[in-house]
Write a new protein. Sequence first.
Length: 312
Amino acid sequence: MAKQAWIFPGQGSQFVGMGKDVAEAYPEASAVFREADAILGVSLSQVCFEGPAEVLTDTINAQPAIYVHSVAVLAVMRSRRPDVAPDFVAGHSLGEYSALYAAGVFSFEDGLRLVRERGRLMKLAGERAPGGMAAVLGLDLDTVAQICERTRAEVGEPIQVANDNCPGQVVISGALPALDRAIALAEEAGARRVVRLAVSIAAHSPLMSVVTDEFAAAVRKTPMHVPRIPVVMNASAQPTTDVREIQDLLVAQLTSPVRWTESVQYMAEAGVDTFVEIGPKDVLTGLVKRINRKLRRQTVGTADQLAAWLES
């Protein structure tokens, strides 16, 4: 029997105006944004709906903004189509927290507070241990991993694969001197293109370890429950129902690669033939297409997309 997975985007999918049309069209979504504002004590909804862009893209705001947008859309889906439920959930990096909320691992408020702290600490890590990230297009994962290994040996600074997004799109992350060298080596190896990302942090790299202890403490004090839906985790590309393992994998995710290609492949092999992306933009929808073109894909992030999903 065909199965479906609900997947949730991560940082980089934010845009000014995100969620505004959904909140205006659906009271369930509007209530989520209002609740988020009350919990955080700031008008996150105004930042989402009106910007400015530089405030929204700040890591400390972008992460909760995407989480809240995804939960707002999810609230409408569940309220109006309670008969539809996914067989798996997964999220890309920050999106993993939206997936865990969807699976009932933590409450909206506890998840939001944890996401806000994650954003704060990742921004702090960028100040304590500056680094950068780059997307390498047109080289396979093994080649990029070998480039990182060679760079570490030559430069003596950390650099590693941060995201295995899809075949031919691998993101690397690390110290700036190592990043410069790895980019040069990737170009020499025949990369179609190497794009430096507009970030000042080295997410999913050893440079994040400067905040690991603080983040682990925040994770451990967040009340969590056994997931009602299998959650395929970034750091393992496998589902887990063990709360302690979920906590360990969330902490590991800070310094470990996001194994997105393997995660999608795992779900497809488990019988999933439809992937529904819930949240701003359609980044994951595009990645799923590149991983396996036979998989059905749907994006639910705007009022129009939500209406189409509700009628499907």
